[in-house]
Design a protein around this ligand. Sequence first.
Ligand SMILES: *[C@@H]1O[C@H](CO)[C@@H](O)[C@H](O)[C@H]1NC(C)=O
Ligand SMILES: *[C@@H]1O[C@H](CO)[C@@H](O)[C@H](O)[C@H]1NC(C)=O
Ligand SMILES: *[C@@H]1O[C@H](CO)[C@@H](O)[C@H](O)[C@H]1NC(C)=O
Ligand SMILES: *[C@@H]1O[C@H](CO)[C@@H](O)[C@H](O)[C@H]1NC(C)=O
Ligand SMILES: *[C@@H]1O[C@H](CO)[C@@H](O)[C@H](O)[C@H]1NC(C)=O
Ligand SMILES: *[C@@H]1O[C@H](CO)[C@@H](O)[C@H](O)[C@H]1NC(C)=O
Length: 385
Amino acid sequence: MEIVSPNKVCLLCLLLPLAFLCSLFSAELCNPRDQKVLLKIKNRFHPAGLDFLDWNPTTNPSCCNWSGIKCDANDRVTFLSIPLQSTLNTSHEIPPAIGDLPLLEHLSIDANLTGPIPQAIARLTNLLHLDLSYNRLTGPVPDFLGRLERLTYLALRINALSGPIPSTLGQLTNLTYLDLSLNMLTGPIPDSLGQLNQLVQLDLSTNRLSGHIPPSLSHLTRVTWFDLESNMLTGPIPPTFGSLKSPEMLLLLSRNRLTGPIPRSLGEANIKVLTLSMNHLTGDASFLFGREKTALEAIYLNDNHFKFNFSNVDFPQALKFLDISHNEIYGSLPKRLGQLQLQFFNVSYNHLCGMIPKSPVFTQLTPYEFAHNKCLCGSPLPPCK
Ligand SMILES: *[C@@H]1O[C@H](CO)[C@@H](O)[C@H](O)[C@H]1NC(C)=O
Ligand SMILES: *[C@@H]1O[C@H](CO)[C@@H](O)[C@H](O)[C@H]1NC(C)=O
Ligand SMILES: *[C@@H]1O[C@H](CO)[C@@H](O)[C@H](O)[C@H]1NC(C)=O
Ligand SMILES: *[C@@H]1O[C@H](CO)[C@@H](O)[C@H](O)[C@H]1NC(C)=O
Ligand SMILES: *[C@@H]1O[C@H](CO)[C@@H](O)[C@H](O)[C@H]1NC(C)=O
Ligand SMILES: *[C@@H]1O[C@H](CO)[C@@H](O)[C@H](O)[C@H]1NC(C)=O
């Protein structure tokens, strides 16, 4: 059977006097150069069992109609998504041919690919959205990504990328989403990331990043998801972090090696979830609480060296998750705790004393959530004397 190539159909178009028919045809076709590139990509994967069901010019002549592909009004490929169900079970790299789709704006590949992020991606200067998450990519986060200056979305989550975060990423000032989490990145967080003032989500968690948290990150005033958890970051929480005022922010800093007191300014941030667990933080944390912190739902201060009087701390009604275990917190448990709809509560391993407030929530807890304090008493611990 003869394959009707797009070139021939277009030739036919020119010969036909019915111009409107021509435009109808062309709307269903795709640019022949783009189609050639897509077939190259398909052939690269095909023997490995990757199913490009309908990437077939014979049965489906418009490549703009192939699954995972979208085109612009001129039938140029602008969108390429190699779909979830195409996960490869053998080792395959990102095909360099991808760099030959010059108008590509959206590229997402989630197919268990290996090898480095190829230089070919540097040619995709129209990219707005680059998502190579959930592969097994190795090598560095390349410098050249910083030249894809139209990017608004960059996700490399869950790969095996190593080396430092290139400071060139600070040039991507239109980024709203940056996710490099769950890799093996080392070195410091570049100061330049503080220039990404459109960011809404920053996730660098679960890497091996070291050094201090750059104070420049306090310029990221739109970030609502700020996650540096599970790294090897040292030094203090920058004193200027109180300027992170976007409503209902998640500030996630647990499992690092942060030291010093919590900066006072953080009491002014509009936080919904705060995790500071498993660091070496010291001093007072009482100013993080208060009835006026209406957004606050979860606060994890456990496994630090916080030392303050808990007796007069007040709590917002929305608070549901509270873990202050393994600190040096003293005083008593405020009665107000008994009025909250807590879903998680742990005050064990502190220096607290006095009667546990009566609450239907507390009677469902085990003694372990109150254990190892100075002299707490009452249900679920033994009665007060
Ligand atoms: C890989 O996938 C292909 C196609 O789905 C299949 O035929 C082949 O047996 C698989 N190989 C292994 C090692 O699982
Ligand atoms: C697109 O492909 C589907 C099947 O994959 C087919 O039913 C449909 O007619 C095609 N549309 C165009 C415009 O080619
Ligand atoms: C990814 O590829 C590796 C081998 O290259 C294979 O062992 C693994 O099962 C694959 N994962 C999935 C989800 O297919
Ligand atoms: C950044 O976004 C603005 C507003 O959407 C746009 O005007 C500008 O062209 C973008 N910059 C780049 C380099 O794409
Ligand atoms: C903690 O504060 C309460 C109320 O202000 C006070 O009565 C108590 O003595 C303080 N506890 C300690 C150990 O300072
Ligand atoms: C509370 O913390 C203690 C000490 O870390 C731990 O043993 C206990 O399991 C925790 N309780 C819950 C419900 O996590």
